[in-house]
Every structure is written in structure tokens, then in C-alpha cells.
Design a protein around this ligand. Structure first.
Ligand SMILES: Nc1ncnc2c1ncn2[C@@H]1O[C@H](COP(=O)(O)OP(=O)(O)OP(=O)(O)O)[C@@H](O)[C@H]1O
Length: 254
């Protein structure tokens, strides 16, 4: 079983001519087949963790390690990370003018799998997955992220997740822009992937709404740039009722 290990991760950004440390020693292990949710107050560093794992150039890893099955992820280029089995979905996906969704998906799958998927089974797989995500087939011919609505971006992201079948998926889930139906559809996609037992998911949640549909095995509270507490799904309910105050005392969240 593949394992993602984050050890004592410290990350800084340059802002206003000063270096600001945002992640202050994150420790986390995610195994294939497990679903982890990271919750925490605004500005605690949740997205920074996602960007850092994705190799965003703005975020400097000052110390610590990230490995996937013992391989150093931080030394890998973004496409090497994908080939190693990491799926990194971003909050703000980029537009790729002139590249259709259909081409993009097939190129990505070819890169990740190391060979082009067989055309007939691939077309069927794409069609079926799009139907499950309630996506119009015409969507496949649109240019990647060009003019996509919030809901379409999310569905496209989950479509990639389902087709690429990574070992570990990191989903930075803002549900802003998702109406209740879209939130459900997207959650169902995540749950389908989960049911395969072959994908470990790190779900970074900015709102607790999504946890109504996706029940995590583990919940971690992020506060002041590190994990302040971990527990089972019941911790999410407790946070919903009691808020984060107990975890943010003794150092205000950024
Ligand atoms: N590129 C950047 N430049 C400057 N400051 C940044 C940058 N990225 C993050 N920060 C700062 O780091 C802190 C953590 O931000 P981050 O977006 O990781 O928090 P978050 O937990 O995801 O918050 P939210 O739940 O509100 O989305 C904030 O104070 C933010 O302003």
C-alpha cells in the first residue's frame, strides 16, 4: 500500500519584503485506502500545505520531508509527482486555451499510466464517468478551464481524479461556487474513488458542508501552521459544534 509521509514540514512565503513562516512543522501520514480531512480556521495554512505538496514556486520548503513510498516528493517535478501516483487538485485551476478537455484527459492519463489508454475502452470510461458526474458530453470538447463555472471546474477535477486513479489524492476543497446538487455529485465521485480502496485522500476542507457527504476516517485540526489535534469522524462534529477556539489559544491564527 502506498504511503505519503509528511514529516516536520516548514514552509515560508515572501510577502511585503519579508519572509513569513506559514507551516511550522506538519506531520501527517496518509495511506492508500484512507480518507483524511484537514479542518481549521481561516488562514491557518491549509491551502499552503496543498500548494507546497503541489510544488508551487511561491512556497519555499525550509525544512522537513515529504515522501511517497520512501521516494522524495520534494525533489520531483510536478509531472514526476503525478507519475509517482500523486493527484494534486488546486483551488484555482489554470486555463489551457486551445486544449480540449478530451485531449487533456487522454494526455494526462498517458503520462500517468506510462502508455496511451486503449481508445475504445477509454472513450467508454470517459463517457460513463462524465455521465455519473452529470456532465454534458459536449463539455469534453471545451478548452480546459476556459470559462468554466465553479461547479464545472470541480466536476472536471473529480473527472480527472476518477480517470487518473492516483495512489494519493490531495483535494483542496473550497465548496464556494458549488450548489448543493453539485456538492453532492462531486462528493459521490470522491466516494466512488474511495470505495475502490486504492486511493488515499487528503481532503482539505474550508467549510464543513462537504463532510456531510464524505465521511473521513481521520480528521485533523490545523491551527497556526501545524496539526493541533487528530481524531476520527466524530472530531468533525465536535468542531462543528464548538469551533476552533480550543486549538487557537496561545498564538493567534495568521
Ligand atoms: N502567496 C502568499 N503570499 C503571502 N501570504 C500568503 C501566501 N499564501 C498564503 N499566505 C498567508 O499564509 C496564511 C495561511 O494561508 P492559507 O491560505 O494557507 O490558509 P487557509 O487555512 O487555507 O485559509 P482559508 O481557510 O481561509 O482558505 C495566511 O495568512 C495567508 O495570507
Amino acid at each position: 500500500m502506498a504511503t505519503l509521509e509528511i514529516r516536520d514540514l516548514h514552509v515560508s512565503v515572501e510577502a511585503d519584503n519579508a519572509t513569513k513562516e506559514i507551516l511550522k512543522g506538519v506531520d501527517l501520514t496518509v495511506k492508500q485506502g484512507e480518507t483524511h480531512a484537514i479542518m481549521g480556521p481561516n488562514g491557518s495554512g491549509k491551502s499552503t500545505l496543498a500548494y507546497s505538496l503541489a510544488g508551487h514556486p511561491k512556497y519555499t520548503i525550509t525544512s522537513g520531508t515529504v515522501t511517497l513510498d520512501g521516494e522524495d516528493v520534494l525533489e520531483m517535478s510536478v509531472d514526476e509527482r503525478a507519475r509517482a501516483g500523486l493527484f494534486l487538485a488546486m483551488q484555482y485551476p489554470v486555463e489551457i486555451p486551445g486544449v480540449s478537455v478530451s485531449n487533456f484527459l487522454r494526455t494526462s492519463a498517458t503520462a500517468v499510466r506510462g502508455e496511451a489508454p486503449k481508445l475504445r475502452t477509454w472513450v467508454k470510461e470517459v463517457k460513463e464517468t462524465m455521465a455519473q458526474l452529470q456532465m454534458d458530453p459536449a463539455f469534453a470538447e471545451r478548452n480546459v478551464n476556459e470559462g468554466f463555472s465553479g461547479g464545472e471546474k470541480k466536476r472536471h477535477e473529480i473527472l480527472q481524479l476518477e480517470l487518473l486513479k492516483p495512489k494519493i489524492a490531495i483535494l483542496d476543497e473550497t465548496d464556494s461556487g458549488l450548489d448543493v446538487d453539485a456538492l453532492k455529485t462531486v462528493s459521490e465521485g470522491v466516494n466512488r474513488v474511495r470505495e475502490t480502496g486504492e486511493v488515499g485522500t487528503l481532503l482539505i476542507t474550508h467549510y464543513t458542508r462537504i463532510l456531510k457527504y464524505i465521511k473521513p476516517d481521520y480528521v485533523h485540526v490545523f491551527a497556526n501552521g501545524r496539526i493541533a489535534a487528530s481524531g476520527g469522524a466524530e472530531l468533525a462534529d465536535q468542531l462543528e459544534n464548538e469551533g476552533y477556539e480550543a486549538y487557537t489559544k496561545g498564538g493567534a491564527s495568521a
